[in-house]
Design a protein around this ligand. Structure first.
Ligand SMILES: [Zn+2]
Length: 478
């Protein structure tokens, strides 16, 4: 009773987080110093400030998150449910998970609530540990017991994958992009020369030449010698790396894990025939993957809708989906999923519901919307800084923004600031600067604003990500 009173007078309690176990009460609370984990009695594994009235007030550290996960198994990341589509809710600030959970509102989709790439972590000075801990606290805050996955995204090194495996990540996204060669740009002679250097060159000839692959829905596919040579030069070494990374993980995680292979960040699109080569090679080497991210046609740019020839996209998507079903019912993965509203209905339909979508930048932009409404001075600083950083930050991202086309900040009243986020160029410039902003003094200021306007932030996320899920047709009633 005294504890209840204490909580009521000095802290506000996140009501969905209140859980009792073996006589102890656990809750996430908010006091003058922000969010804390409250325990009604000290328990081993947790560290914090002992309260005079009894109980323990724990900061939201990695250690306390892992201790909490140990107590409540629904906070441990889980593997993707086979029969459901899956959706990645990347969170670059570590504050978005409650909003992401609200976006779900009984959607028929398996959520990956923890999803950051090695590159995102480097840009935001975060670790796989911190990202996972923030997801765990977010799920606890909302009392979300339905299960979620954790994606160690865009892995380019085996050591990073094994580290994430040790922490409890469940989905490992292999990015062999560094090994992909733009073989379609080589002369045939040069392609032949590189093909001959591949250790499996003879193997490839035996496996593919003169063979027909029956693909239900699109007919039969066969490789000409030149097509095989170019596909193998383009993706042969990439497949080798994906194979190595996978088998390193099987040793570390004999109980199983989810594996994705993504070549989405390469220069040229993946043709259906190349997709067939990659998927068939992975299967042949015993790589059991749950999803594959080809590089789709058209402008798959960060943070904005897709642009390109929609009929061509649809035709290719249909072929990719048919191949995925024929080679072994894995899901097609759409990265840079943020705001690809045009594509969602096609993705849902052509894959017959077996898709994975990854987003992250769009949630950061929702955070900036809160700043634009509630802290216009800070938002102006962030926008100005993002423009200054653009030349540097745009590297390694697919974007087309021209900062000179962004409406001038001086010319806009505070009420008009959200225009910068809505407009194509501004949206991309803000989007790619997330790392520079979050690492600077502006990052902490932004976090304070989001903390203060917490509910507004969550509701903005719930609405916007909810629109994504509606586009993908997995929420009833919207
Ligand atoms: Zn990607």
């Amino acid at each position: 009773m005294e504890l209840k009173k204490l909580l009521e007078t000095r802290y506000s309690v996140y009501e969905h987080s209140v859980h009792k176990l073996q006589g102890a009460t656990f809750a996430l609370v908010r006091g003058s110093k922000g969010r804390r984990l409250f325990l009604s009695e000290p328990l081993s594994g947790f560290s914090g400030e002992a309260l005079a009235e009894g109980g323990l007030l724990c900061p939201l550290t990695v250690e306390n998150a892992f201790a909490l996960e140990h107590v409540f198994s629904w906070l441990s990341p889980q593997r993707i449910l086979e029969e459901e589509a899956s959706f990645g809710f990347g969170d670059r600030l570590g504050l978005a998970t409650p909003g992401h959970i609200r976006a779900l509102s009984s959607a028929a989709v398996f959520p990956i609530l923890v999803q950051q790439s090695v590159r995102e972590n480097a840009r935001t000075d975060r670790t796989f540990e911190e990202v996972l801990a923030q997801g765990i606290f977010g799920a606890f805050q909302e009392g979300y017991e339905a299960g979620f996955g954790a994606d160690a995204d865009h892995l380019k090194r085996i050591g990073d994958a094994l580290h994430a495996a040790d922490l409890g990540y469940t989905l490992f996204t292999c990015d062999p992009g560094d090994y992909v060669v733009a073989a379609e740009r080589l002369s045939l002679q040069e392609a032949q020369r590189q093909f001959a250097l591949l250790p499996e060159a003879d193997d490839f000839r035996r496996e593919y030449l003169g063979r027909t692959f029956e693909i239900d829905g699109i007919g039969s596919l066969a490789f000409s010698e030149e097509e095989l040579i170019r596909a193998a030069v383009k993706y042969g070494n990439a497949v080798d790396f994906a194979d190595k990374l996978y088998h390193a993980l099987t040793v570390r995680l004999p109980q199983g894990f989810d594996y994705e292979v993504s070549v989405d960040e390469t220069e040229t699109p993946t043709t259906p025939l190349e997709h067939l080569f990659v998927a068939h090679e992975l299967r042949r080497r015993g790589v059991d993957f749950v999803s594959l991210a080809p590089r789709f046609v058209g402008a798959m740019e960060k943070g904005v809708d897709w642009r390109g020839d929609l009929e061509a996209f649809r035709r290719e998507l249909r072929a990719h989906a048919a191949i995925a079903r024929a080679v072994g019912s894995y899901r097609l993965s759409l990265h840079s999923g943020s705001d690809k509203f045009t594509l969602y209905p096609f993705l849902a339909k052509e894959t017959r519901g077996l898709w994975h979508v990854k987003t992250a930048g769009t949630s950061y932009l929702i955070a900036l919307e809160v700043a634009a409404h509630r802290a216009p001075v800070l938002f102006r600083e962030i926008a100005q800084f993002s423009m200054e950083q653009f030349a540097k930050d745009r590297a390694s991202y697919h974007i087309s923004a021209d900062p000179s086309l962004i409406p001038s900040l001086e010319g806009l009243s505070d009420d008009e600031l959200p225009k910068i986020i809505e407009e194509h160029n501004g949206r991309q410039v803000l989007h790619v600067a997330f790392g520079s902003v979050l690492r600077s003094h502006l990052g902490n200021k932004l976090r304070l604003v989001l903390d203060k306007w917490e509910e507004e932030h969550y509701e903005g996320l719930a609405q916007h990500l909810g629109r994504h899920l509606d586009g993908l047709e997995v929420r009833n009633g919207g």
